[in-house]
Design a protein around this ligand. Structure first.
Ligand code: S3P
Length: 437
């Protein structure tokens, strides 16, 4: 188990190209596999999570090859050519599909497997097998799939696919994974499948389905798809991941005299909560060179060290920054005053219980934190006490704690950091490239 030492090494300065978006990389593999014919996916994220999706679809018989020269294992991105099988061309996987740490792989692929003629067992690592799957089992069962799980809906899942029927599903949780699983299953139905969400979750699936020619309709919180229609192949360039840029945004704001240019970052409006929150906290963040890449808005982000102040964070902002909460907590810990985050109960069921993880690690740095059922109250401090911290095997906790260590001269040690490879294999190299020493 590796550990990383972090301490103040002077300002962070320079330009970095943010690695590809994880959510979009997963979906690119899935939709290209479901499409009829050859798709091209440029700038696919070569990190553990999306590679689980890639391997899963290979197991289902999809041929994929890397088309670029940069395909050595250390590279964070690659280009792929994928020979789609169409909706009904998959073969049984032969063995269990191991989804590793990836909730997106397990929840989204379940929607596809629900419509197959074969059975599949999905399993995962210690974290994933403790994450709730009832949220997808319920709608997919209503559509006609037979899904067995451990008690209370925990993985492994055994999915016995069948002919599916369309549903109108009022989801109790605003979750892109639930919405996507139902929409993908909807591809296998005759008629219209509708998902209604209590809040607008990320909409990458809808955007990509539309570009594949699917009959999809969006009205406010309601998304509908008409099934039984072949998908056209994709030609997509995956933008940089705002969730990866988040660590550099916060680092740039809290490390004195820093100025960073984060190039090629996806700024889909369902994902920009952190930019909005940090700006309200007083952070100097500019978006430049705004453009559209493969149906997704993209920009270069410039961040400059800024004094931050604590604010209340709740409602829609939380949903739009759901994966950025650990990084946000570090900004709050360095802000003047109180940051009160509420309405974030979903954080309890991420790769770790992120409310508990952040509360325990920040208190080791002498930050006054109060844990709420659905959030945290953080009293900012001028200095964070260097400490020995844990990642809880959660990539985003690990990277956040490393960033927290960058503000003091004495060393902070973060243990169990291999998990960073889940989403951001080159994180430390990128951080070093903008460090002064
Ligand atoms: C994701 C959706 C979100 C997010 C996760 C990735 C996706 O999860 O937290 O990291 O790619 O669809 P929920 O759907 O559970 O909100």
């Amino acid at each position: 188990m590796s550990q990383i030492r972090a301490h103040y090494r002077g300002p962070l300065r320079g330009e970095i190209v943010i690695p590809p978006d994880k959510s979009i990389s997963h979906r690119a593999i899935m939709l290209a596999s479901l499409a009829q014919g050859e798709s091209r996916v440029r700038n696919f994220l070569r990190a553990e999570d999306p590679l689980r999706t890639l391997e899963a679809f290979r197991q289902l018989g999809v041929e994929m090859k890397e088309s670029s020269q940069q395909s050595e294992l250390s590279s964070q991105d690659t280009d792929l050519i994928i020979n789609g099988k169409g909706l009904d061309g998959f073969r049984g996987p032969g063995d269990k599909i191991f989804c590793g740490n990836s909730g997106t792989t397990m929840r989204l692929i379940s929607g596809v497997l629900a419509g197959q003629e074969f059975s599949t067992t999905l399993t995962g690592d210690a974290s994933l097998t403790q994450r709730p799957m009832k949220r997808i089992i319920t709608p997919l069962s209503l559509m006609g799939a037979l899904i067995e799980s451990r008690e209370e809906g925990y993985p492994p899942l055994i999915i016995k696919g069948s002919k599916l029927k369309p549903i109108r599903y009022d989801s109790p949780v605003a979750s892109a994974q639930v919405k996507s699983a139902v929409l993908l299953a909807g591809l296998y139905c005759d008629g219209t499948t509708t998902v209604i969400e209590p809040g607008k979750s990320r909409d990458h699936t809808e955007r990509m389905l539309e570009s594949c020619g699917a009959a999809i309709n969006i009205e406010g919180m309601e998304v509908s798809i008409n099934g039984s229609k072949a998908l056209n192949p994709l030609d997509i360039t995956v933008p940089g991941d705002l969730s990866s840029a988040a660590f550099f945004m916060v680092a740039g704001l809290i490390v004195p005299d820093s100025e960073l240019v984060l190039k090629n970052v996806g700024i889909n409006p369902t994902r920009t909560g952190l930019i909005e929150i940090l700006t309200l906290m007083g952070g100097q963040i500019q978006l430049e060179n705004q453009r559209e890449v493969s149906g997704e808005p993209v920009a270069d982000i410039i961040v400059k060290h800024s004094p931050l102040k604590g604010i209340p964070v709740h409602g829609e902002q939380v949903l739009k920054a759901i994966d950025e909460f650990p990084a946000l907590c570090i900004a709050a810990a360095k802000a003047e005053g109180t940051t009160r985050i509420t309405g974030a109960q979903e954080l309890r069921v991420k790769e770790s219980d992120r409310i508990a993880s952040m509360a325990s690690e920040l208190s080791k740095m002498d930050v006054a934190v109060e844990e709420l059922e659905d959030g945290l109250i953080i009293e900012g401090r001028e200095t964070l006490k260097p400490a020995r911290l844990m990642s809880y095997g959660d990539h985003r906790i690990a990277m956040s704690m490393i960033i927290a260590g960058l503000t003091e001269k004495e060393e902070t040690v973060v243990s169990d950091t291999d998990c960073v490879n889940t989403s951001f294999p080159g994180f430390m190299e990128m951080l070093k490239s903008v460090s002064s020493m």
